[in-house]
Design a protein around this ligand. Structure first.
Ligand SMILES: [Zn+2]
Length: 477
């Protein structure tokens, strides 16, 4: 593709649609890799073999040895009553624990319903791969034992025994499989994620059950609380307390922090099983804090503008996530943020006044533009600059992702060397919305769960063994 923009205006174009398809396909592939050989139930053994499982069984055997009863993984679990008959009870946990809820954990007010758009895939990518024509069995780590609950498991069709489908956040590798015609059961998620399901996927609202953060609900006899995940907008950790007293925490995708440790539900209660986002569970990922990366980005932007005042600043972003990067630049420079119509609709649905009031509708009105992260390539940016040649002489672009982190960098952000070609400069900055290795370690050492189930990078037995050895180390003492 040659260009992503029309001259000077919105570029709600076919090209951008294609960019997102590309991203979603990539995420879909990652998810499939993650799931390889991580299934342990006999009924899905055939799937394991087809996916090239090592077949050593050591990983599953380890879980069985560890003492928690996994018998609920049997396929014939009873179907529980659907959600409309559920018993919902609410309580503010911060109040219960006599603490003030930190303002940073406040959830945004609900926004008015918005029209569906073509910004998202409508399940397109899910149906594009032949693999998706035949739903796979739901892997065990997406089921909550002794409940009718599944987590981020929408691509398996109706799951036997599943009567409540939880969605941790609105990233494709988690909601993949959800389409307009979804009718397999109630979906529980945060109010923000619920709005995105309506806006992007036109889901039937009868199936969507928004749950406020930090509020305890009783669903099918299980106490359920959603906690801020410090990932993308609307992302939540899922905390389940069963009538037996057993407690499960599913992190979805998250970035662990000290503030999270202070949450009364985590600070005062034992977690028996932790389903952990292990995206960066490798000691080489000791990337800097988000705050440090943000101030670095602002520093670089200011100094670039000093050298070349006619610089167009571009931030790459997924459909949701990385908002803080362009918000930080916007605040530091006192400039508005340009995003195309589709992205603006999504961003406005967050109900964040800081963001909504700083968005502008015309590219010509600001030097700060947000583009799909996949478009941060020389050729694309060169074409983009051509569309704004009367205003700008150079492009400074930021690609914010933990994958850009390299071991040699440590926390020395000033060692980052941008890629420059002509008047296009691209900085890869290690701004991550997943936990670094050290943050994972601190979180696990704090939580001390009985058992940890990694949910990412589990396709390779060596990876799993390595992660298990880290977990054993962290849980000592
Ligand atoms: Zn995510």
């Amino acid at each position: 593709m040659s260009t992503i923009g029309g001259a000077g205006g919105d570029y709600d174009s076919k090209e951008e649609w294609t960019e997102f398809e590309w991203l979603e396909d990539a995420l879909s592939i990652i998810e499939n890799i993650e799931e390889q050989s991580y299934q342990i139930h006999p009924s899905i053994k055939q799937e394991e073999e087809e996916d090239g499982d090592g077949g050593d069984g050591s990983f599953s055997a380890e879980f069985y040895r560890c003492g928690t009863d996994w018998s609920c993984l049997s396929p014939a679990a009873e179907v529980v009553e659907p959600s409309h008959s559920r018993n919902l009870k609410q309580a503010n946990l911060w109040q219960m624990w006599g603490q003030n809820k930190p303002s940073s954990l406040s959830s945004p007010p609900p926004k008015k319903k918005l029209k569906p758009t073509q910004f998202c895939s409508q399940g397109k990518a899910a149906s594009s791969s032949p693999k998706h024509n035949r739903p796979r069995a739901c892997p065990f780590y997406k089921r909550i034992p002794d409940t009718g609950f599944s987590v981020d498991a929408f691509r398996y069709g109706p799951i036997p025994g599943c009567s409540a489908y939880f969605l941790t956040h609105f990233h494709y590798d988690h909601y993949g499989g959800l389409t307009k015609g979804w009718s397999h059961g109630p979906i529980y998620c945060t109010p923000l994620t619920a709005r995105l399901l309506t806006i992007c996927l036109s889901l039937n609202s009868l199936y969507i059950h928004p749950l406020e953060l930090d509020t305890e609900y009783v669903i099918q006899g299980v106490k359920v609380t959603l906690l801020e995940a410090n990932h993308c907008p609307g992302a939540a950790l899922l905390h389940f307390r069963l009538p037996t007293g057993l407690c499960y925490l599913h992190t979805g995708d998250f970035r662990a922090s000290k503030l999270m440790q202070a949450h009364p539900l985590l600070a005062n209660n034992r977690v028996n099983v932790l389903y952990l986002d292990t995206t960066y569970c490798n000691p080489k990922y000791k990337f800097p804090s988000k705050e440090d990366v943000l101030s670095y980005v602002v520093r670089v932007t200011k100094s670039s503008l000093k050298k070349q005042p006619k610089t167009l600043v571009v931030v790459g972003a997924y459909s949701i996530g990385k908002e803080s990067v362009y918000l930080a630049i916007s605040k530091a420079l006192g400039v508005k943020i340009y995003a195309n119509n589709s992205r603006r609709r999504i961003l406005q649905s967050f109900g964040w006044p800081d963001l909504s009031t700083n968005l502008c509708t015309k590219a010509i009105d600001t030097c700060l533009h947000v583009l799909p992260i996949s478009s941060l390539r020389y050729e694309t940016l060169k074409d983009y600059l051509k569309n704004h040649v009367n205003q700008y002489a150079a492009v400074l672009a930021f690609r914010p992702t933990g994958w850009t982190y390299s071991e040699g960098l440590g926390r020395e952000l000033d060692l980052i060397r941008p890629s420059t070609r002509g008047n296009i400069t691209i900085y890869g900055v290690p701004y991550s919305e997943h936990s670094s290795f050290t943050e994972l370690r601190d979180f696990v050492e704090f939580l001390k769960p009985d058992k940890i189930i990694p949910t990412v990078n589990v396709g390779n037995p060596d990876n799993r063994d390595k992660m298990q050895s880290y977990f054993r180390e962290w849980l000592k003492g």
